[in-house]
Write a protein that binds this ligand. Structure first.
Ligand SMILES: *[C@@H]1O[C@H](CO)[C@@H](O)[C@H](O)[C@H]1NC(C)=O
Ligand SMILES: *[C@@H]1O[C@H](CO)[C@@H](O)[C@H](O)[C@H]1NC(C)=O
Ligand SMILES: *[C@@H]1O[C@H](CO)[C@@H](O)[C@H](O)[C@H]1NC(C)=O
Ligand SMILES: *[C@@H]1O[C@H](CO)[C@@H](O)[C@H](O)[C@H]1NC(C)=O
Ligand SMILES: *[C@@H]1O[C@H](CO)[C@@H](O)[C@H](O)[C@H]1NC(C)=O
Length: 362
């Protein structure tokens, strides 16, 4: 019994005193410490406002909608170093300053909500924070001022699965390219309400495979006029392949395998792509004969609900046989060659017209 008390005294008490010292130093760093008047040595730390404990240690701190007015460096120094802290929410507490990485962030911290404050920093500062709090899985920075470009390279954001950067000031391609290069890790990335749209026109590679993306492929992607590679395999995408993508003239790599896409394959795809994978979806109807599609190996169309036509068996429902093929292969070849010449002529025509108009406008 005495041994146990002795053990508890030696082990637990100093840690608890440590927790309460850290919180009280945080309080004393505020311009108005009386906001947290019940954080004082007369009370046990587990009874402090907003605190929850596990086995006598502070495991969670939640203060919302209270104008603490603290600088993030003070949060870092006094709160993020609480050794057993798992969850911290300081939503709408008038925090300001830069979210640069704390010198010491507890390894227990899994969930950090700093939404609706006035925190600044670049997306790579976000990464550096996530690297420094090495177990962090969820980081909510919605409605701050993240987005001033300033780069360091981090190979990845460690354990981060949820990153909410909605309602910030992310506007540059560099921010985006950096974020997109990390996308493989996220199950949830929210970039809504930033200043992104106008600046996306240079985005060339959109690789978001294996993300649990739900819903339809946004038609808005068609505004990414420079897009070359669209790689969205292994998600949970539904709906059809958006027709608007025809506007992405440089799109030559389309990989949408292993989703739940329905509808037919749009005609324009064959004219622009040189790499394609549509396998494991629910696509149906004839594979467009236009352009390159019939020349791809059959497996890029495998496991769909009802695709037919070259390179798969023909569309008439029966098993393929000589009589089912409407024309002998040589004629097919000639007619498709003829078609290509026609398309070529058409393109040259538009090119020349465009060139002339260009000269006239000058
Ligand atoms: C927020 O904190 C700043 C100091 O960082 C202070 O000047 C400002 O008045 C505070 N705003 C509110 C609404 O408390
Ligand atoms: C952003 O935060 C400010 C300050 O807390 C709040 O007044 C505003 O409603 C928030 N906006 C959004 C979109 O959450
Ligand atoms: C982040 O915080 C905002 C404001 O509290 C909230 O509306 C939003 O749902 C949060 N994001 C996530 C993914 O929980
Ligand atoms: C895919 O979406 C459907 C509903 O649209 C949902 O029931 C299912 O759980 C999702 N699967 C994954 C792996 O997210
Ligand atoms: C089609 O589905 C089968 C069974 O699920 C699988 O073994 C095969 O690899 C799939 N084909 C492709 C091209 O993914």
């Amino acid at each position: 019994m005495f041994g146990l008390l002795h053990f508890l005294f030696l082990r637990a008490l100093p840690a608890i005193a440590g927790d309460s010292d850290l919180l009280i130093s945080f309080k004393n760093s505020l311009a108005n410490p009386s906001l947290l008047s019940d954080w004082n040595h007369a009370k046990g730390v587990c009874d402090f406002r907003g605190v929850a404990c596990k086995e006598g240690y502070v495991s969670s701190l939640t203060i919302r909608e209270l104008p603490l007015g603290a600088d993030f460096s003070s949060v870092s120094a006094h709160i993020l170093s609480l050794p057993n802290l798992e969850t911290l929410s300081l939503h709408s507490t008038n925090l300001s300053g830069s979210i640069s990485a704390p010198a010491k962030c507890t390894v227990q911290l899994k969930k950090l909500d700093l939404s609706s404050n006035d925190l600044r920093g670049s997306v790579s500062d976000v990464a550096s924070l996530a690297v420094s709090c090495s177990s962090l899985q969820s980081l909510n920075l919605s409605n701050n001022s993240i987005g001033q470009a300033f780069y360091r390279s981090y190979p990845f954001l460690l354990n981060l699965k949820m990153l909410d950067l909605s309602y910030n000031k992310i506007a540059t391609n560099k921010d985006l390219q950096w974020l997109f290069s990390q996308l493989g890790l996220f199950q949830h990335l929210d970039l809504s309400h930033n200043n992104i749209p106008g600046s996306l026109s240079n985005l060339k590679y959109l690789m978001m495979w294996q993300n649990n993306l739900n819903g339809e492929i946004p038609g808005k992607l068609s505004s990414l006029r420079s897009l070359r590679n669209l790689v969205l395999d292994y998600n949970n995408l539904t709906g059809t392949i958006p027709d608007g993508l025809v506007n992405c003239r440089s799109l030559n790599w389309i990989s949408l395998a292993s989703n739940r896409l329905t509808g037919s394959i749009p005609n324009w795809i064959g004219l622009s792509v040189s790499v394609i994978d549509l396998s494991n979806n629910r696509l149906s109807g004839p594979i467009p004969e236009w352009g390159s599609l019939p020349t791809f190996p059959g497996y890029v169309f495998d496991n769909n609900s009802g695709l037919c036509g070259l390179p798969l068996p023909p569309c008439n429902g029966g098993s393929p046989s000589k009589e089912d093929v409407p024309q002998p292969p040589s004629t097919n070849h000639e007619s498709s060659q003829g078609r290509w010449i026609a398309i070529g002529l058409l393109f040259s025509f538009f090119f020349i017209i465009g060139f002339v108009i260009g000269l006239l406008i000058k």
